[in-house]
Design a protein around this ligand. Structure first.
Ligand SMILES: *[C@@H]1O[C@H](CO)[C@@H](O)[C@H](O)[C@H]1NC(C)=O
Ligand SMILES: *[C@@H]1O[C@H](CO)[C@@H](O)[C@H](O)[C@H]1NC(C)=O
Length: 229
C-alpha cells in the first residue's frame, strides 16, 4: 500500500489554529446574537372599570392584560416579580420548555414556594429552540384571571419565520371577567362545594366589546390595540 503523504508539523499547527479560530468565531457569534432581557413585574391591586363598574383587580405593572414579553430564541430572560398584592403569587411561562431550570417554571408548591406579599423572586431561564406566541400567567389560586399576558418568541436574530412574513402582528388575548373578585368566586366554590360561578363576560384584549354596556368608557389602563373598528 502506498504511504499517504504525511502533513508537515507546520501544516498541522496551522490547521489546529484555524480550527480554534473557527470555534472562537462560532462562540462569539452565538454569544453576540443572544441577549439577556430584564423585566420587572410588579404584582399589585389596580382599579379598572368594566361593565360600568370599577373593581380592584390584581395586575402586573397596572396593566390588564399584562405586559407583553418579546424575546428571540436563544435569549435569556430575567423577570423580577415583586409582590405588592395581598395574596401569595407565582408566575408561569405557559408552554415553555424549562430545560435544566425547573425552578423557574412557576407552579406554586410544585417547583417553588409562593412569593409572599412584600417579597420578590427573579425568574431566570433561557429560551432553547422554541419560537412562537405563548403566554404567561399567575400560577396560584385564581390570580391568573387577571394576571396574564403574551410571551412572544421570535426566531433567532437574522433568521426568518417558517412562513411568509405577515403584514402586521399583534397579540389576541382571550379572558373571562367576573363582576366579583375572582378569588372570592373560587373561595365561595371551595366553601359550598358547588362549581364556581360562571363569568359575566368574555374579554378580547381586556375589553368586553361594543355589545356590552360601557364598553367604550375606557379606564386609565393600557390595553392592547383594538382589533376591529
Ligand atoms: C404563602 O406562601 C408562604 C411562603 O411561600 C407559604 O408558607 C404559605 O403557606 C402560603 N400561604 C398560602 C395561603 O398558600
Ligand atoms: C354566585 O352567583 C350567585 C347567584 O347569582 C350569587 O348569589 C352569588 O353572590 C355569586 N357568588 C359570587 C362569589 O360571585
Amino acid at each position: 500500500m502506498a504511504a499517504m503523504a504525511r502533513p508537515s508539523p507546520m501544516m498541522k499547527k496551522l490547521c489546529s489554529s484555524a480550527l480554534l479560530l473557527l470555534l472562537l468565531c462560532c462562540f462569539l457569534l452565538t454569544g453576540a446574537l443572544a441577549e439577556e432581557r430584564f423585566y420587572e413585574f410588579v404584582v399589585k391591586e389596580t382599579p379598572v372599570k368594566r361593565l360600568c363598574m370599577t373593581q380592584k383587580i390584581i395586575t402586573v405593572n397596572d396593566r390588564f392584560p399584562g405586559p407583553t414579553i418579546e424575546v428571540y430564541n436563544g435569549d435569556t430572560l430575567a423577570i423580577k416579580a415583586v409582590n405588592l398584592a395581598q395574596y401569595n403569587v407565582t408566575l408561569h411561562w405557559h408552554g415553555l420548555r424549562q430545560l435544566r431550570n425547573g425552578w423557574a417554571d412557576g407552579p406554586e408548591f410544585v417547583t417553588q414556594c409562593p412569593i409572599r406579599p412584600g417579597h420578590s423572586y427573579t425568574y431566570r431561564f433561557t429560551i432553547q429552540e422554541q419560537e412562537g406566541t405563548l403566554w404567561w400567567h399567575a400560577h396560584s389560586s385564581w390570580l391568573r384571571a387577571t394576571v396574564h399576558g403574551a410571551l412572544i418568541i421570535h426566531p433567532k436574530r437574522g433568521l426568518p419565520y417558517p412562513f411568509p412574513k405577515p403584514h402586521r402582528e399583534f397579540p389576541v388575548i382571550l379572558a373571562e371577567w367576573w363582576r366579583r373578585d375572582p378569588i372570592a368566586v373560587l373561595r365561595q366554590s371551595m366553601i359550598t362545594g358547588a362549581p364556581p360561578n360562571v363569568s359575566d363576560t368574555f374579554l378580547i384584549n381586556g375589553q368586553p366589546g361594543d355589545f356590552l354596556p360601557c364598553s367604550s368608557q375606557g379606564d386609565h389602563l393600557y390595553s392592547a390595540p383594538r382589533l376591529f373598528g
